[in-house]
Ligand binder design. Structure first.
Ligand SMILES: [Zn+2]
Length: 235
């Protein structure tokens, strides 16, 4: 592995062409915003004359209509769950509060979920949805839509369900079960796990784990012994 040079140059670049070479590797042509002076190139070259760098792609895609719908649906559910409290919130004020906490946590600037301003990328929207779902899972906010359909990062959500002891399908209180949804061979010290409520556990047992997983769009989470013990000892 190449060592990263401290204070390495960070240059903005535009991808101008892309192709595959004979070995099937992708090659991209980039146009740099500013030139690298000859001696700087030498400075970063290794002993055998090779030059390495890191390539980061920026997300220029703007929040999708489906993501906006999800955000609105989750916020509406949060509003519903606070309806007994005085100073009842509305969707807009909850959204502003949640964005404030989220931006602070991520260390990013405030954004608007309107597609018109272009300040919310697909990545930010996706992370915001995950953040809202985590909140609902932790505080037991009932969701109107199936949690699995709202998920932007299903694996993350299923792991969170395991730790919170909430059913992967319906988010009711559940228990951690050893399952076999992936068809992976049983290996000593490796566990395939899913948190399920009693009803969904019964269903999984009656139709079979694999059929259950494809019907409910969930999957077992593989954990090694160390991760499994950590999970077991939680609470
Ligand atoms: Zn359930």
């Amino acid at each position: 592995m190449e060592t990263k040079v401290e204070n390495a140059k960070n240059i903005l670049a535009k991808v101008t062409a892309t192709r595959f070479n004979k070995e099937g590797q992708q090659e991209i042509m980039i146009t740099l915003d500013e030139s690298i002076i000859g001696y700087q190139l030498e400075r970063y070259t290794n002993g055998i004359g090779e030059l390495y760098g890191e390539f980061t792609l920026f997300d220029n895609r703007i929040i999708t209509a489906q993501q906006r719908k999800k955000i609105h649906a989750i916020l509406s559910d949060i509003v519903k769950s606070t309806s007994g409290i005085k100073n009842t919130y509305d969707v807009e004020s909850i959204k502003e509060d949640m964005k404030l906490i989220f931006c602070d946590l991520k260390g990013i600037d405030d954004f608007s979920t309107s597609e018109l301003t272009g300040s919310c990328t697909v990545t930010i929207a996706s992370e915001f949805i995950t953040f809202l779902l985590n909140f609902c899972l932790e505080y037991g906010v009932p969701l109107s839509d199936p949690p699995v359909e709202l998920a932007e990062d299903l694996k993350h959500q299923l792991i969170k369900c395991l730790y919170e002891r909430k059913c992967a399908v319906c988010w009711k209180p559940g228990m951690v079960y050893q399952v076999s949804t992936t068809g992976a061979k049983k290996v000593e010290g490796r566990h395939e796990l899913m948190c399920l409520c009693n009803d969904h556990y019964q269903e999984a047992e009656s139709i079979g784990h694999k059929a259950f997983a494809s019907k409910q769009h969930v999957l077992g989470i593989l954990m090694n012994q160390e991760q499994y013990m950590k999970l077991k000892n939680k609470r």
